[in-house]
Design a protein around this ligand. Sequence first.
Ligand code: ADP
Length: 677
Amino acid sequence: MDNEKTIPTLELSVELLSEAIRSFPEAILIKNLRGEIILGSKHVADFFGVSIEDLPGKNVYDLLPQKISETVRAKMKWIETNRQSDVSEEIWEFEHDTRTLLVSRAPVRNPRGEVVGVMTGYRNISPIKQAFALYEQNQHRFVTLAKTCPVGIFECNPFHQVTYVNPEWERITGVPSADILGKEWLGMLSADHQLRVQTILGPSETNRPSISVDCLVRGKDQRWVELSINHCLHEDGNSVSYIGSMVDLTSRLEAQKQMEEQVNLMRELTSAVPAIIWQLSLDGRCIFISDHWRAVTGSSPQDAIRDGWIESVHPDDRSAVKMNLGELLSSRKQNCSFECRLLGSARDWRWTLVEAQQIHSMEGELRGVVGNTIDITERKKAQQSLLELNTSLEQRVLERTQALLQSNEALKIEIEHRRHTEEMLEEKRAELDHVERLSLAGQLSGELAHELNQPLNAIQNYVGSLSLLVSNLPQNDSAVRILGQLNKEISRAAKIIKRTRDFVSTGKHQPEQIDICEIILDTAAMLKGEARRRGMQIQVKMDSQTSPFLGDKVGLQQVLVNLVLNAIDAMVGHVASDKTVLVELITQSDRIVIAVRDTGSGVPESEVKKLFEAFFTTKTTGLGMGLAISQRIIESHRGTLRYEPRENSGSSFVIELPFLEKSSNERNASGITAKSS
Ligand code: ADP
């Protein structure tokens, strides 16, 4: 009660009212019916551009632009007539300025109730108008944007009733806007998502965070969406609405699932490969490494991801590895291959072969590097042992080859030696044959000489008897001459037989003084008939009439007969224009040279060596002893008998007989004594 007494009663005085109006923050003005200002607030004074003290007494129609003052007068009239308050929205245009004013007018009455003036309050609502226009513009923009946006957009009031959905929202949910507008939408979420969204969107919450969650939306069918909600907050911080967006995740999730499956498949595939498969991103970090890493290094592939793998590379190889990979990442190379050592599970260094190449996006942009690393330690060891084996094999082959070469050489020498021995054996055998045949021939000729001696003596006796008989006959000249010749030949035959017997028994002949010219002429005369019979002739060419010589007459004649007969034989059947046997005698100071030349076939090169061998013959009826015996006879005179081919065709057999000093000391093995010259 005491308190009630202390509260003063509100007594409004005109002064107090005046003061209140003057300091009123809105434009308020009291004027009389003539339009003169009685009282105005500071805002009015500012509006008219005068001071508040100057306001009373000023006519408002003077202060207003003409067009406006007319409108205001009309309103005043209306108020006077109707005596009612008036609220109107008026657009006032000032110079360079258009304002929309919300004006309210009320009649001011005196105590008698007569209208004495008008109280006008007005407010500039241009900024509100502009803000509203801007709002409408924004609203239009929002709707346009939302219509074309590929994201589902919806707007709700704080009570979760949908006020707007865009076409993409309708597409995602399969719900037409007509079915959802004005209705609560939270029922489209699963219970737990509903709770979560509701908790965050609760009506009393302020400064609500925006929400972003992947959830299942039940519309026509269920679809996974990424749901984001943002509050539209009023100045006071209260939420007036919220705008939500839905991004359809179904296809993305499907793609993601497929990708995960692919990645799993790749992981499984790469684990099945006995190589480390890896991938580096553009900044050189390892973003994938297959399980085989564990098999080689014993450490987990996760530890190798990013930069962990480099720790397993041998310190000496690290810079080369980085350089190689760097070349790929900087596109200096597209692929590369190199070897490096990795720390193995048994803390040993494993040799690996790395093959790496760039990978690109579909657009050809470099995305990183992929590669595979295989453990080649065992291969390297095998290569090394193969190399060693090869080297030792090569060494062994070399040694063997050398040994073979040596034994080959030894074999060659042995073969040569054997061949030589065999040749020698053959020669010795031939010599032995030769000697045997010679001794047989000697034996035979000895026997023959012995056997022939008897009949020859008998012939000589008969010829002697015949000569006695013929000497008594008349005109016996021819017979006597023939018998003389016969006697001569018989005694030559006897001498040959004797010489042969001597030769076979002792190998020696008794030399005698002979004339070589005579021997040559005798031989030619003896064989002339034979030659003519065969269409040939014998020509003798001597450089002296006589040629005395100490030697074996029978032997030397035998030699000449042999040579001339051979010459005749050589020309038989041989086509030659001149078939002549030429016997030449050349007397030199120290020797006599006799050559028997023919124009026959000559002796083939291969047979020249064999000419003087006993029993060598090319004739069907030949004995092959003629030249052998001739050579022995000449050699027994210390002379030589040789063969010389003739220039065009034919042979020359040349005898050289040296003159020897008559000295008992120089008597040679054959018993021939040199003639004194
Ligand atoms: P033979 O007359 O019984 O064959 P030789 O010892 O007198 O024995 O001669 C040996 C061989 O030498 C002959 O068979 C012949 O082939 C060759 N010969 C000898 N003289 C001549 C010659 N003047 N021209 C060509 N060949 C010859």
